[in-house]
Every structure is written in structure tokens, then in C-alpha cells.
Ligand binder design. Structure first.
Ligand code: ATP
Length: 248
């Protein structure tokens, strides 16, 4: 373990973390320029937790989420998910990890326009080892009445909920959400966050949501503040606020 002033969040009563990141550093090389996006991050995450990762633009949030999701690897430091070495295990390990363990939700929904909601979700359920039915996934995000609608026939919030259904249909242990409400107005954003919170609560999926929006902190178990590539503050909520009470 690399020495660092940042303390991992394990309390004595906690079960072992499923993610353990130590000294994560990420440097992007672009021409002559080196951008240090992460400067030595130590973090643990536990099953069932809902964590909000807050930070200004450029603070390193997406870089961290992409590394946690196996879309990228750190320049140095280590990342373990259960028994898997995601920092040094190679592309095959990352592919297996992404395919079996992680669902992603991004700001833009990336649905296939020529497929219905059900068919967009079925794209994933057709290749996952033990998926839920597309109809069940869409039911969990409150879209049972929109199964045969095409993306162009759905509102932005509904499209994002289809994207969430697609992400959770393979029953991932981890759900990673990068600015899931960034393109939505407040009320629509609330319905999307309600869907995410419900998935976390009902399925016990470790859920990490990144946002600029400090108001979302109240819905989390734990809030991590990222600044300039460092975790500068970590706090826990004694209770999670209901999503419908959030305002911004
Ligand atoms: N592929 C890349 N190549 C070079 N630099 C990059 C790359 N991706 C990110 N960066 C830089 O790394 C830093 C962190 O970027 P990152 O996208 O992780 O921040 P962020 O907190 O998610 O920002 P935002 O909220 O604006 O999405 C920024 O300075 C960014 O310009």
C-alpha cells in the first residue's frame, strides 16, 4: 500500500470493501503537455453503498469513474475489485470485469434510435450470463408502459431511464453514473435519481454518481469531494434524504 495522507474509509465494523484503490494516479500525455488528472487517490467502496462524487469541472471525476469501471487504467497505483487486479490484470480482465460486473450510465443516453426501449435493453440481456428480462428492467425504472416506444417518442428523462434499465439488466454489482441528470431539468432529473436510488436500495448495487451538483449529496450514504485530482473531503450522511426532497 502506498503511503498517503488520505485515509481509506473502512470502519472496524465494515465488511471488506469490494473496491480498494490505493495511490491512484493518472497522467494524460498530449503532445508535450502532461495533465495530472488524479494525484494519488485512496478509496474503498462497499456493496450496497450509494456514493456521490462531487467536484468542479476538471477535478478528475470522470477519470476516476472510468478507472473504477475498467474503461481506463491508472498510470500508477493499484485498483482491486474483489480478487481482480484492475490496474495490472490486462485487457482480458478489464473486459470480463466490464461485461459481468459493471453498468454505466452517462449524461447522454446513447440509445439506438431505430430500436424500441425493450429492444435497446435486450441488446444487453442477449449477451449477459444471467440477465433479468428487459420488461423487468424497464419496470424497475417505471417504464412498463413505454416498452415499445422508440427513443424519439420518449422524453429526455424517459430515455435516461431506458439507459438505466439497460445498465442494470445484466444485474451488475456496480452501477457507475457520470452526470446522469446533466442534460435534464430539475423535475426530470429527480425522476432519474429516484430510479437510480431505487435500484441501489432494491438490488443492493454499489452505486457511484458523479455530479457538479452539491444538492445531490443529501441522497447519498457517503459524499466524496474531488479537487485537482485529490479527494479533499469525505463525509457520511446519518440518513439518506428522499430524492423527492432534493432541490437545486
Ligand atoms: N483523454 C484525455 N487526454 C488529456 N487530458 C485529459 C483527458 N481526459 C481528461 N483530461 C484532463 O484531465 C483533467 C480531469 O478531467 P476529468 O474529465 O476527469 O474531469 P471532470 O471532473 O470529470 O470534469 P467535468 O466535470 O468537466 O466532466 C482535466 O484537466 C482534463 O482536461
Amino acid at each position: 500500500m502506498s503511503p498517503s495522507p488520505q485515509k481509506p474509509s473502512l470502519s472496524p465494523a465494515s465488511p471488506p470493501p469490494i473496491f480498494a484503490a490505493r495511490g491512484l494516479r493518472k497522467v494524460y500525455h498530449t503532445g508535450d503537455l502532461n495533465v495530472v488528472a488524479l494525484q494519488g487517490v485512496d478509496l474503498d467502496f462497499h456493496t450496497g453503498e450509494l456514493a456521490v462524487l462531487l467536484g468542479a469541472s476538471g477535478s478528475g471525476k470522470s477519470t476516476l469513474l472510468n478507472i473504477l469501471g475498467g474503461l481506463d487504467i491508472p498510470t500508477s497505483g493499484s485498483l482491486h475489485y474483489k480478487g481482480w487486479d484492475l490496474s495490472g490484470g490486462g485487457e482480458r480482465t478489464l473486459t470480463q470485469f466490464r461485461r459481468n460486473c459493471v453498468g454505466f450510465v452517462f449524461q447522454f443516453y446513447n440509445l439506438i434510435p431505430s430500436l424500441t426501449a425493450r429492444e435497446n435493453v435486450a441488446l444487453i440481456t442477449d449477451i449477459a450470463p444471467d440477465p433479468m428480462k428487459p420488461e423487468d428492467a424497464l419496470d424497475r425504472v417505471g417504464l412498463s408502459h413505454r416498452l415499445d416506444h422508440f427513443p424519439s417518442q420518449l422524453s429526455g428523462g424517459e430515455q435516461q431511464r431506458v439507459a438505466i434499465a439497460r445498465a442494470i439488466a445484466k444485474k451488475p454489482e456496480v452501477l457507475l453514473c457520470d452526470e446522469p441528470t446533466g442534460a435534464l431539468d430539475v423535475n426530470t432529473g429527480i425522476t432519474v435519481l429516484e430510479a437510480i436510488e431505487r435500484i441501489n436500495r432494491e438490488l443492493g448495487t454499489l452505486t457511484i454518481v458523479i455530479t457538479h451538483n452539491a444538492a445531490m449529496s443529501a441522497m447519498a450514504d457517503r459524499v466524496l469531494h474531488l479537487s485537482d485530482g485529490h479527494i479533499v473531503k469525505e463525509s457520511r450522511n446519518a440518513e439518506r434524504a428522499s430524492v423527492s426532497s432534493l432541490q437545486w
